[in-house]
Write a protein that binds this ligand. Structure first.
Ligand SMILES: C[S@@+](CC[C@H](N)C(=O)[O-])C[C@H]1O[C@@H](n2cnc3c(N)ncnc32)[C@H](O)[C@@H]1O
Length: 321
């Protein structure tokens, strides 16, 4: 008797299982570092949310953005691939709705929501185009946040560089693919007819913003010494015409009090770099830690480390409400 042919696993399924397990395991430790950095994106994303809006947050993690949108008077739903994140969100915000779901196949009818948000989602989905198509299908307006170019997101780039060469991560998504305004805008446009505008005047970005597409560090992003998100009074992307993608660049600085905080925060707040470190031998891990110490040295101050963060916020209103 011959074995029946085994159905091929869907593309990206290993990576999704890896992500789901990795984020579930980190739901309780996410706040120590990662949530402090992703919080910089909350005010500029909320600029696209009005009281009374039906809002979906996809890849909601432990639910901070969902809770902030609810405080703004929106009717909110959060979804995440990782059961552990969904459980943590429900535990923290028992009055709000959280569901387990894959961004690439959302369990909602067309146009169920006014706004769909995806904060640091598209660099975690094997098929980001499918995920964005789903966000656009279920909501009139879609707003995404993504990390900027690696050399402008030091709290992630330094540990990642220190762990380079170590294995333990299945092929899945390219974390750098949407790190510049042009590819992120094209992703959000999703093959639809769009125009594109950038909130910052080209060639002369205002404080906390820069012209997208250039990726170059600016002189205006000097460390501020606190974690307060900037720019929540920025122009609203959804003031643009339907089908018009706007991208803005938010720059801030993450204060980390010690190398231990960075090291523990990365192990408890990322999946890919953490997996490389966890899978290493003791000797390799000690080498990674020593490399990180050297790489972080230029960012050291009297009180710890001041690590620059660049975030892109892209918005596309599909059509008027
Ligand atoms: C870097 S965390 C961002 C969490 C939160 N949005 C924030 O800004 O703090 C990425 C989140 O995306 C979730 N995720 C990854 N792949 C996903 C998918 N295919 N569908 C839904 N969520 C996904 C992860 O489980 C994780 O909670």
């Amino acid at each position: 008797m011959t074995d029946a042919p085994r159905a091929a696993a869907p593309p990206g399924s290993d990576f999704k299982a890896f992500e789901s397990a990795g984020w579930s395991a980190r739901a309780g430790t996410y706040d120590a570092l990662m949530a402090r950095a992703t919080a910089f994106a909350i005010p500029p994303l909320l600029a696209h949310v009005k009281p009374g809006d039906r809002v979906l947050d996809v890849g909601c993690g432990p639910g901070a953005l969902v809770a902030a949108a609810a405080e703004r008077g929106a009717h909110v739903t959060g979804v995440d691939l990782a059961d552990g994140m969904v459980e943590e969100s429900r535990r923290r915000h028992p009055a709000l709705t959280f569901l387990q779901a894959d961004a690439e196949a959302l369990p909602f009818d067309d146009d169920t929501f006014d706004v769909a948000l995806g904060a640091f989602l598209v660099n975690h989905t094997p098929d980001a185009e499918a995920a964005v198509r789903e966000l656009r299908r279920v909501a009139r307006t879609v707003a995404l946040a993504a990390w900027g170019p690696e050399d402008e997101v030091a709290f992630l780039a330094l540990p990642s560089a220190a762990a380079q060469g170590l294995g333990g991560v299945p092929d899945g998504s390219d974390s750098e693919r949407y790190a510049n305004a042009d590819p992120l805008a094209a992703l959000l446009a999703g093959g639809h007819e769009t125009t594109r505008s950038d909130d910052a005047p080209s060639g002369d970005p205002g404080p906390g913003e820069a012209a997208p597409g250039d990726g170059a560090p600016r002189g205006d992003d000097a460390p501020r010494g606190d974690d307060a998100p900037r720019g929540d009074d920025a122009p609203r992307g959804d003031a643009a015409a339907p089908g018009h993608v706007s991208v803005r660049v938010v720059r801030d600085t993450l204060h980390v009090d010690s190398l231990d905080t960075l090291w523990d925060g990365i192990r408890g707040g990322t999946v890919r770099t953490a997996a490389r470190i966890e899978g290493a031998t003791d000797e390799e891990r000690a080498r990674v830690r020593a490399r990180l110490t050297d790489l972080a040295e230029p960012f050291r101050t009297a009180t710890g480390y001041e690590l620059p963060v660049t975030i892109l916020i892209a918005c596309c209103p599909r059509r008027a409400a």
